[in-house]
Write a protein of this length. Sequence first.
Length: 359
Amino acid sequence: MSIFPPSKFTFKPNLFDYSPKQQGYTFPPEWAKHEATWLSWPHKEESWPGKIEKIYEPYCQFIKIVAEGEKVRINVKDETMKAFALAELEKVGIDLSQIEFYFNETNDAWCRDHGPAFLVKENQKAVVDWGYNAWGNKYPPFGLDDMVPTKIAKAFDLPLFLPDIVMEGGSVEFNGAGTILTTTACLLNKNRNPRFTKEEIEKYLLEFYCQEQVLWLGDGIVGDDTDGHIDDITRFVNEDTVLTVVESDQLDENYVLLQENLEKLKAMKLKDGRSLNIIELPMPSPVIFEDTRLPASYANFYIANAAVIVPVFNDANDEKALEIIQNCFPERKVVGINSVDIIWGLGSFHCLSQQEPGI
């Protein structure tokens, strides 16, 4: 396994001289073919206080659907956690030949943010291990999570890139043609990278995700403890089309901020000068638990090989959202899975998963 910059250096070289972009790698969009989906088995009761036992059934249903088209690779602490996971998976009748376990202990389950970012170059894969600090040091400890990408790179003997910056997978969205979409509320938050300017952060994004352009939205939805992850508000479905959530109730807390993001999207241009094709996606009614508004959003869907899995909330807009998303993915089935219990952890299926591209 090679580590970039090379570990033989006793001085700190220019990271960008050894960036994956300079070496010809790319970061495929989520809809590109996967070899596998990575997960970290949920075990932290503080993430779902009083509810963790209720999330396993929908979580395993999610895994079952993903496994219809690709491997599912699950991080677990030890044989005890593996046995528990297998027992839960067997309850939903899953094809266990599609499931692989890896003994990578984690602090929490949010693999989108602490998992490896996989790059590809011809017949080679590599891993980017971004820094991870649990969304601005909100939920310590997080040291085990921060080590996961490096452990996976070592296990698969893959080249490993180590940018000196905090970055979370849920904070960035890709069109597969050189464009990154993100939010100022998250990536410019001083609890992530206070020593870097916007321009410096863009440089890291472009060099280590191998892209050409960064487009910025503003705030995330109410209840999102990540400070505004893009995967709760706006998602690319092809290189020039986005699904973006809008709130129809003008008295709702999300109405103004989502309208502001919508106007920003309308003004954006891709690298070739094209405007975005914008498809509006409704929001569910507020999901409240113990006087806390949760970040319920249909935008937190996951694009797997065989399906697109969408969180639903026993809401009047569930079917409308599923129909809109299905129209964007005519070659995949769109499946809604009840996320009312999972969202108590302040995330859903996209937050829980990380794709590994095929080559």
